[in-house]
Design a protein around this ligand. Structure first.
Ligand code: NDP
Length: 462
């Protein structure tokens, strides 16, 4: 079934940038190739004087992979987009230029700000609501602000331009399949809900460890670090999905309300030297490849003390979760990739005397990308029926046939803000982390070190 988009024109600002070439255009191509977005006009814009051919070459090379796998209808649609796409040169921060371009495009238009964050903010600040064609959608990349106050300020600027449900704050790690997989597991199984609380759960860990190092992204990453790059924008969202109350429907309002309620109850408490940790990688080996010291990487300013590994303990102060630590950790250049949420249940109150072997607490593991489920249980045997042994029940969860940015764009083009981070939530995620950022800026928490390719600093759990 083909899907006509609600949006008529996708305007990508930052057409020459890395995000556009590497992620946005391939994500769009897969979406179109699967017949899930038809009738769209694509316009690229940037401050460089690109020729139409330069832009077309970029679009066609980004479309090539999806085109080779598309059916006849998908190929036709990709061809139509290539034949009609255009490039416009403009300075988005100059008064009137962006507004004038918007006036020439077929409405409704989705404006994708694939720009450095400060440029996106300046571009929005020079726009007025009256200049925007009816139905305009604004798509903002991360990082969304740099503190609760700056996020609020940016929200006010955007809120003066379009209604909240026309603003898409992107968290491309939070795919639709992942969100629905968590909700399906939690709310379609009666046996889980009675134990999903402080009485039966000891702790919840949400871990996003990568074996990738900086990979030439110092310009963005050195100003962000692990805490802002992953925990602020992404892991708190996953935490909220694991912790929230059951929504009545999967509509954006019900779901985003439930996420917001969970986050409003969340905080990281002092002392921050106990409830947060940070570290930076030194030279090491990853997959047989030598990795230089982070501080010596091209484009890194050592004096910024940017962390490449961050961990925080979040408390959710409500009836369900009082006293249960939510440990959020993300890092780069680690010995292995590990992307999962681990729910550890409390030990049994009494193990009948006579059993031997180890009785370990049950653990439920939700893996992300590919999405999987693993449940660790103790069973008898094999061999001696009195001896307890660990068995893992596993299941593969639903996967998306879109690329992460295809999912983002599908929401934007179809006018569905379900996956977008809502204004209050964007501010709240900064409110949760602001005290930790301040403590780190005061050097109240030591910046530890770990060799690239290891499991992290000594003393941190693997
Ligand atoms: P780049 O620096 O690669 O690209 C930025 C783009 O902005 C360039 O095309 C540049 O065009 C354009 N630009 C800058 N100033 C102006 C201006 N005044 N008017 C018009 N265009 C302008 O950045 P990225 O693509 O890496 O990142 C873009 C955004 O996406 C950032 O917010 C980033 O945080 C976010 N992001 C990036 C990811 C990535 O993997 N790259 C992943 C997740 C988020 P020109 O060269 O012509 O000036």
């Amino acid at each position: 079934m083909t899907s006509q988009t609600t949006v008529k024109t996708l305007l990508i600002l930052g057409a020459s940038g890395d995000l556009t070439g590497r992620l946005l255009l391939p994500g769009l191509a897969r979406l179109v190739a699967r017949d899930r977005a038809t009738g769209l006009q694509l316009v690229g814009a940037g401050s460089d004087p690109w020729t139409p051919d330069q832009w077309l070459e970029r679009v066609e090379s980004a479309f090539a992979d999806a085109n080779s796998q598309a059916d006849a209808a998908g190929k036709r649609e990709l061809k139509r987009i290539s034949e009609t796409t255009s490039y416009r040169e403009l300075d988005v921060t100059a008064d009137g230029q962006l507004a004038a371009l918007l006036g020439q495009l077929e409405a409704p238009v989705a404006v994708y700000f694939a720009l450095p964050p400060h440029i996106s903010q300046e571009a929005c600040a020079v726009l007025t609501a009256a200049e925007l064609p009816a139905g305009t959608r604004l798509v903002m990349e991360k990082p969304f602000g740099s503190s609760e106050e700056s996020a609020r300020h940016l929200n006010q600027t955007l809120g003066a331009l379009v209604p909240e449900d026309h603003i898409h704050r992107v968290d491309h790690f939070l795919g639709k399949a992942t969100v629905l997989n968590i909700l399906g597991l939690r709310f379609a199984n009666t046996f889980l809900e009675p134990v999903w609380n402080r009485n039966h759960i000891e702790k919840v860990e949400i871990i996003f460890d990568e074996d990738l190092a900086l990979e030439g992204r110092a310009r963005y990453y050195d100003g962000a670090g692990a805490l802002r790059d992953m925990i602020q924008s992404h892991l708190l969202q996953i935490m909220a999905l694991l912790a929230m109350e059951a929504p009545a429907t999967l509509d954006e309002r019900d779901l985003r309300d439930a996420v917001a309620v969970a986050l409003r109850a969340s905080s990281i408490k002092a002392p921050y030297a106990k409830n947060s940790r940070r570290a930076r990688y030194t030279a090491g080996t990853l997959d047989g490849r030598k990795v230089p010291d982070y501080a010596k990487e091209k484009g890194v300013d050592e004096s910024r003390n940017t962390e490449t590994l961050a961990e925080v303990q979040v408390d959710i102060d409500n009836w369900r979760w009082q006293g249960v630590p939510f440990i959020l950790r993300s890092g780069k250049a680690l010995g292995g990739t590990r992307k999962e949420a681990v729910v550890t249940f409390r030990p049994v109150p009494h193990l009948p005397k006579g059993f031997t072997g180890v009785d370990s607490p049950n653990q439920l593991r939700i893996g992300f990308g590919p999405d999987t489920l693993q449940f660790d249980v103790d069973v008898n045997g094999p061999g001696n029926v009195l001896s307890l042994d660990r068995a893992t029940l596993t299941a593969e969860l639903s996967a998306s046939d879109l690329l992460p940015y295809g999912e983002v764009l599908e929401g934007v083009l179809m006018g569905d803000p379900l996956l977008s981070v809502r204004a209050d939530t964007a501010e709240d995620c900064w409110r949760i982390l602001d005290p930790v950022i301040k403590a780190w800026n005061r050097d109240s928490v030591p910046l530890e070190e770990y060799a690239a390719g290891t499991a992290g600093p000594e003393g941190w759990p693997a």
